[in-house]
Design a protein around this ligand. Structure first.
Ligand code: LLP
Length: 436
C-alpha cells in the first residue's frame, strides 16, 4: 500500500520511516498514517471531477478519522469537510478549517450543536427529518440567521454491505423518504421558509460498497423527483450530494473499484439523466471517509502472550485490541498483517491474533499465516486508517494509542498517547462519610 516497503534492515517502512523506530520512540500500539497516500487519494477524487468537467465538492467525512492535524491536511488538499457533532465541528474550527466548506450532518443535532453551526456560519446544514427542519427554523429565527441547507433523502436503495452500515434503505433512521412524499413535503416547507436557502439534496446509501449500481439507482430516483419538483414547484437543486461509501480493499476477499471509477460512473449517469431533462447540471458533492484514509493507516502492536490449544489453534496476543480497533468485534471485519521486523519471512504456521481486552470476542484476526513469532516482535495490521482511532475507546481502562503521520522520511506525532492520569481525569472520589 502507498509508500510502504521493506527497507535495507529488512523491516517495514512507511513514508520513508522505519516502523521499528516509530515503536521504540512512541510506544505501542501506534497508529501510523501514510500522508502521501492520503494526498494521492484526495487528488484522485478532485482530478476525476475536473477531468469530467463538473463542478464538485469532495468533502472528507471526518467521522472516519478526525484530529486537528488531519483536518489541516484536508484543508491543504483543498477538500471540504463533513462533520456530525459539536466535537467534530470544534475540531475543524480549532484546526482553522474554512467555515464555508464545512457541512454539518446527523439525525439528531442538539439545540447547542445547531446554534454553534449557525454562529460559526458554516457552509451548510444537512437536515435529516421533520422535527429537525422545524427546530432549525426556530433557532434561525432566534439568532436572526438564515441557514443554507441540504435535505437528506432516503431513496429506498439496499446497498450490498454489512447490515449495520447500510443507511439508504426505506426503514432507516436517516433522511426524508423520497418515494412516499416526505421529501417533497420537506422541500415545500423549506422553500416557503424565510430561514432557509435550499442548496439541494443529499443522500448516503451505505459504506464499504463495491459496486456502482446502488449509487446509480439512487441518483436516478432523485433526478426523477427533481424533474417533478421542477415542473410543480419551479425549483431545481444547485447541489446533488451523493454521500460516501466507496469501498476499499482490506484483504484479498474485497474487490472494490478504483475510487475514480465510482466517481466516473456516477457522474456519467447524472449527466445522462440531466441532459435528457430540462434541468441544469447540479454541482455534484461526495463525502468519502474510508476511501480517503482507510488504507493509509497501519496499526503497530507488540506481540505478547502465546497460547496453544493443542491441535486446534494458536493464539498470539497483542498489546491492544477492540479498544483501538472495534471493527472485527462489531462487524466481523477482516484485516491482513505482517511481522514488521521481518515482513518477508515465509509463513510457517497459522495463528489467531487476540486482543488484550477481557472478552472472548476481542479477536483481531482469525487464522493469519505468519512466520513463528515471539513476544516482543512487532505486528503491523494494515488498512486501519478509517474508523480505527475514531471508534477507539477506553474499555478495560486501556489508554488510547498515539497517532503519528509519516511523509518523505519524516515523522510527526499528531495525537499523543493517553496517559493513566488521563483515564481518571473526570473521575470524582466518593463523598466522605460524615462522622459524628
Ligand atoms: N456521509 C454520511 C452521511 C455517512 O453517514 C458516512 C458514513 C459517510 C459519508 C462516509 O462513509 P465512508 O466513505 O467512510 O464509507 N463505522 C463503520 C462505518 C460507518 C459509516 C457511517 N457513515 C465502519 O467501521 O465500517
Amino acid at each position: 500500500y502507498g509508500t510502504s516497503r521493506v527497507n535495507e534492515n529488512n523491516s517495514l517502512e512507511i513514508g520513508g520511516v522505519d516502523t521499528l523506530h516509530l515503536v521504540s520512540k512512541y510506544g505501542s500500539p501506534l497508529y501510523v498514517y501514510d500522508v502521501a497516500l492520503i494526498r494521492e487519494r484526495a487528488r484522485g477524487f478532485k482530478e476525476t471531477f475536473e477531468k469530467m468537467g463538473v463542478s464538485a465538492q469532495v468533502a472528507y467525512a471526518s467521522k472516519a478519522f478526525s484530529s486537528v492535524a488531519m483536518i489541516q491536511l484536508v484543508e491543504e488538499e483543498g477538500l471540504s469537510l463533513d462533520v456530525v457533532s459539536a466535537g467534530e465541528l470544534y475540531t475543524a474550527i480549532a484546526a482553522g478549517f474554512p467555515r464555508e466548506r464545512i457541512h454539518f450532518h446527523g439525525n439528531n443535532k442538539s439545540i447547542e450543536e445547531i446554534q454553534m453551526a449557525l454562529r460559526e456560519d458554516i457552509g451548510c446544514i444537512v437536515v435529516d427529518n421533520f422535527s429537525e427542519l422545524y427546530l432549525l427554523e426556530e433557532i434561525c429565527r432566534d439568532l436572526d440567521k438564515t441557514a443554507k441547507i441540504l435535505l437528506r433523502v432516503t431513496p429506498g436503495i439496499e446497498a450490498h454491505t454489512h447490515d449495520y452500515i447500510l443507511t439508504g434503505q426505506e426503514d432507516s433512521k436517516f433522511g426524508f423518504d423520497l418515494m412516499n412524499g416526505q421529501a417533497e413535503e420537506a422541500l415545500m416547507h423549506s422553500l416557503q421558509s424565510d430561514s432557509y436557502e435550499v442548496l439541494g439534496i443529499h443522500c448516503h446509501i451505505g459504506s464499504q460498497i463495491f459496486e456502482t449500481t446502488g449509487f446509480i439507482l439512487a441518483a436516478r430516483k432523485i433526478i426523477e423527483q427533481m424533474k417533478k419538483w421542477y415542473k410543480e414547484l419551479n425549483y431545481q437543486p444547485k447541489v446533488l450530494n451523493l454521500g460516501g461509501g466507496f469501498g476499499i480493499r482490506y484483504t484479498e476477499e474485497d474487490d472494490p473499484l478504483p475510487a475514480s471509477v465510482y466517481v466516473e460512473k456516477i457522474v456519467t449517469e447524472v449527466k445522462e439523466q440531466i441532459d435528457s431533462s430540462e434541468l441544469d447540471m447540479p454541482e455534484i458533492w461526495i463525502e468519502p471517509g474510508r476511501s480517503l484514509v482507510g488504507d493509509a493507516g497501519t496499526t503497530l502492536y507488540k506481540l505478547g502472550s502465546v497460547k496453544e490449544v493443542p491441535n486446534i489453534r494458536k493464539y498470539l496476543a497483542i498489546d491492544g485490541g477492540m479498544s483501538d480497533n472495534i471493527r472485527p468485534a462489531l462487524y466481523d471485519a477482516k484485516y491482513e498483517a505482517v511481522i514488521a521486523n521481518r515482513p518477508l519471512d515465509k509463513p510457517e504456521e497459522t495463528v489467531s491474533i487476540a486482543g488484550k481486552c477481557c472478552e472472548s470476542g476481542d479477536m483481531l484476526i482469525w487464522d493469519l499465516p505468519l512466520p513463528k513469532a515471539e513476544r516482543g516482535e512487532i505486528l503491523a495490521v494494515f488498512c486501519t486508517g478509517a474508523y480505527g482511532y475514531s471508534m477507539a475507546n477506553n474499555y478495560n481502562r486501556i489508554p488510547r494509542p498515539a497517532v503519528v503521520f509519516v511523509e518523505n522520511g519524516e515523522e510527526q506525532l499528531v495525537i499523543e498517547r493517553e496517559s493513566l492520569e488521563d483515564l481518571i481525569k473526570h473521575d470524582k472520589p466518593l463523598k466522605q462519610k460524615v462522622t459524628k
